[in-house]
Design a protein around this ligand. Structure first.
Ligand SMILES: Cc1cc2nc3c(=O)[nH]c(=O)nc-3n(C[C@H](O)[C@H](O)[C@H](O)COP(=O)(O)OP(=O)(O)OC[C@H]3O[C@@H](n4cnc5c(N)ncnc54)[C@H](O)[C@@H]3O)c2cc1C
Length: 396
């Protein structure tokens, strides 16, 4: 139902590229040094460009493949099977969200100076909204300020979980510019800050369950102390930050969910392979145990249900817009992240001790994908959105 000729032609090409070039790099780049693998990864990016597979999400006029959201979702699932997939094709978060945002709302100057090099994969970016001192679930509550003085904004604030700030060239920061606006959603703005601006400091990469990561594979705590940028670095209108954040999040949830489904697919494959090859007794494999069969069947059904839900939501966003698909977007966020947790956990259990070692990708996903239930709105917030909407329609 959601298959297009374009996606049918592209998906096997991406799959082949992953198997041939990306998967062999995984163990070293994920558990070794990501930075040490940058030259090899850059070479793969160049190859992806040569093969016409780079930035699949961008319009053709910007060097992309001009895919619809539904078509990109199918590609994204394949790329999600490797933690390096989206990175190699330059459609990884947070860059993809920043590209989409800047494409729609940044001035021609910002597009020329920052968006084009980002699209070409020459630089990376990050997005700084969450603050350690305030509940990120209620982002209107923030302390970072951008005060206008002449032709400049002076930014002061403390952020964390700024993903991929290590090695990035610029961030888009959410800061309060209009503190006295009556509407609390009209108080903040998005401002682009080049990361070599005096006053900006990356304090540390936050250790996530024992892993600080580096470069693209990290989350930083950062600060802005009297950090001055020209007012021309404002994205959209002053006070429009939350409006723009909504635009950024709709398709963003499709991207994340399809990436999670890709992880589930790979973990299920690993679960099956291990169950087949692991013998409890000669001639008696794990795959012959009914509990394991149940996990395989349940995982397969949940993955299929997730895929259909997400593609249906992508279709609705394209047809009717993100606002009309609000309920669906919330549904996929908590449904698919929960499936992701279950499938990774089952795959680890089937692998036994091996499952918690760093000899397979399962432990990487277990550590780093736990955040899926927290970022892009904690699951509980999305459940409330859905439940309230259902209750409202019942009440009439
Ligand atoms: C891996 C990862 C990457 C991230 N990347 C970025 C990034 O690049 N840029 C950025 O700005 N931020 C990023 N974040 C931050 C993320 O957006 C916040 O963690 C998220 O918004 C939750 O905010 P919080 O951590 O302050 O949790 P809190 O707001 O303190 O919430 C804690 C818990 O309270 C519960 N809760 C909250 N609200 C409700 C409610 N209404 N009803 C019931 N229960 C509720 C939930 O269980 C929630 O997990 C990232 C986070 C993670 C984990």
């Amino acid at each position: 139902m959601f298959e297009s000729d374009k996606a049918l032609e592209l998906v096997p090409r991406y799959r082949e590229f992953l198997e041939k070039y990306i998967i062999p790099l995984e163990q070293g780049a994920i558990y070794g040094s990501f930075k040490a693998h940058l030259p090899a990864l850059q070479a793969l990016r160049a190859k992806a460009k040569e093969m016409g597979l780079f930035t699949p999400h961008l319009p053709v006029s910007h060097g992309g493949l001009g895919l619809s959201l539904v078509e990109f979702a199918s590609v994204s699932e394949v790329l999600g099977t490797s933690p390096l997939g989206h990175y190699v094709f330059n459609c990884n978060a947070p860059d993809i969200g920043n590209m989409e945002l800047m494409h729609q709302f940044a001035s021609p100057y910002l597009q020329q100076t920052y968006l084009r090099p980002l699209e070409r994969g020459e630089i990376r970016s990050c997005f700084a909204m969450t603050e350690p001192e305030h509940a990120g679930s209620n982002p209107v509550h923030m302390s970072t300020t951008a005060v206008r003085e002449g032709d400049e904004y002076i930014i002061n604030g403390h952020k964390w979980f700024t993903s991929s700030a290590d090695g990035a060239s610029f961030t888009i920061v959410m800061a309060v510019t209009n503190p006295s606006a009556e509407n609390q959603y009209a108080r903040a703005s998005m401002i682009l800050v080049p990361l070599d601006t005096p006053g900006y400091r990356r304090i540390r990469n936050i250790s996530i369950m024992g892993d600080e990561g580096e470069d693209y594979l990290s989350h930083s705590e950062v600060e802005f102390v009297n950090c001055r940028v020209p007012v021309s670095h404002l994205i959209g209108e002053e006070g429009s930050g939350f409006q723009l954040a909504q635009v950024r999040l709709g398709p963003g949830r499709i991207h994340h969910c399809m990436r999670w489904i890709g992880i589930c697919e790979r973990a299920l494959g690993m679960m099956c392979d291990r169950a087949i090859e692991r013998e409890l007794n000669p001639g008696h494999s794990l795959a012959m145990q009914q509990t394991i069969q149940n996990w395989i069947a349940e995982s397969a059904a949940e993955i299929k249900a997730s895929r259909l839900l997400v593609l249906n939501t992508a279709h609705k966003i394209e047809k009717d817009g993100a606002k009309a698909a609000k309920e669906d977007i919330s549904t996929i966020k908590f449904f698919v992240s929960d499936v992701l947790m279950k499938v990774i956990d089952r795959a680890i259990q089937v692998h036994g001790g091996l499952g918690i070692t760093d000899d397979t990708l399962l432990s990487f996903w277990y550590r780093h994908e736990r955040g899926a239930r927290i970022y892009d709105g904690p699951d509980e917030v999305h459940k409330t959105v859905l439940a309230k909407s259902i209750l409202k329609s019942r009440r009439g």
